[in-house]
Ligand binder design. Structure first.
Ligand SMILES: Nc1ncnc2c1ncn2[C@@H]1O[C@H](COP(=O)(O)OP(=O)(O)O)[C@@H](O)[C@H]1O
Ligand SMILES: [Mg+2]
Length: 239
């Protein structure tokens, strides 16, 4: 059974078609990579799935239910959480409180259970030292981990991760990969990522989007060798 499915999804911004007739499906437990040049429609596709935008055409099905007309908070409650390319924590609240809010909201837990869930997530994303720091004061790499933690704490079954490795050093990327390997036990992941080594290494399957359209799909090795993908995105060094 598919956990999530997009069928012929299109989103226009005025004259620009940011996502065009896009279809794909996601199986439970899978890691799906979504790659493509800047401006190709990756973030827009995430925003469509998360309910930030309503598709102009097409349907999005999650656990057999159409979700493409639901608002973001309902989609989150149903089990889809998204991280943002530009991290937006509640900056005056502490790291722990940010995670706690996500657990309280997303999982509809009572306070003691939410605290327990938040403690677990704090450990998973390895931020115990920053527990009581204001979220606005921690460094960018740590904020990316917090962003992951907030998504995870909602208890979501599907996590949409938008460039969680952007701007990280090679050592931090290694740490992020370890973290994703931990997270994948709990959730099914769609990963938008420009760090090719990371996305090709961790994904079970990769989709390539170019000018809003899917141009390739398959196991990482096949996609990396696809001439159309090399032309549109990867460049000659991957040939
Ligand atoms: N809210 C918006 N209003 C108008 N145009 C937008 C909006 N969001 C994205 N776009 C445009 O849609 C295209 C796809 O953008 P985006 O999904 O952010 O690409 P990516 O995440 O792949 O870099 C770009 O041309 C972008 O300028
Ligand atoms: Mg983007």
């Amino acid at each position: 059974m598919n956990l999530l499915e997009c069928r012929g999804v299109t989103k226009r911004f005025g004259a620009l078609t940011a996502v065009r007739n896009f279809s794909f499906s996601l199986k439970p437990g899978e890691i799906l990579g979504l790659i493509g040049p800047n401006g190709s429609g990756k973030t827009t596709l995430f925003n469509l799935i998360a309910g930030v935008y309503v598709p102009d055409e097409g349907e999005i099905i999650f656990k057999r239910k159409p979700i493409n007309r639901l608002p973001p908070h309902q989609i989150c409650r149903m089990g889809i959480a998204k991280t943002s390319q530009i991290t937006m924590p509640f900056s005056t609240m502490t790291v722990y409180e940010n995670i706690l809010v996500a657990a309280l909201y997303g999982q509809d837990l009572k306070m003691p259970q939410a605290r327990k869930a938040a403690d677990q997530v704090l450990d998973i994303v390895n931020l115990p030292k920053q527990r009581d720091d204001p979220a606005g004061k921690i460094s960018v790499p740590l904020r990316r981990r917090l962003e992951l933690g907030r998504a995870l704490a909602t208890g979501a079954e599907v996590l949409l991760l938008d460039e969680v490795m952007a701007g990280l050093t090679p050592a931090e990327i290694e740490e992020a990969l370890l973290l994703l390997n931990k997270i994948k036990i709990q959730a099914t992941l769609i990963l938008v990522e420009h760090v090719m080594r990371a996305v090709m290494g961790i994904s079970d399957r990769v989709l390539v989007i170019h000018q809003g359209e899917k141009i390739a799909e398959g196991p990482p090795a096949n996609v990396a060798g696809n001439p159309q993908v090399i032309e549109a995105y990867l460049g000659k060094r991957y040939a």
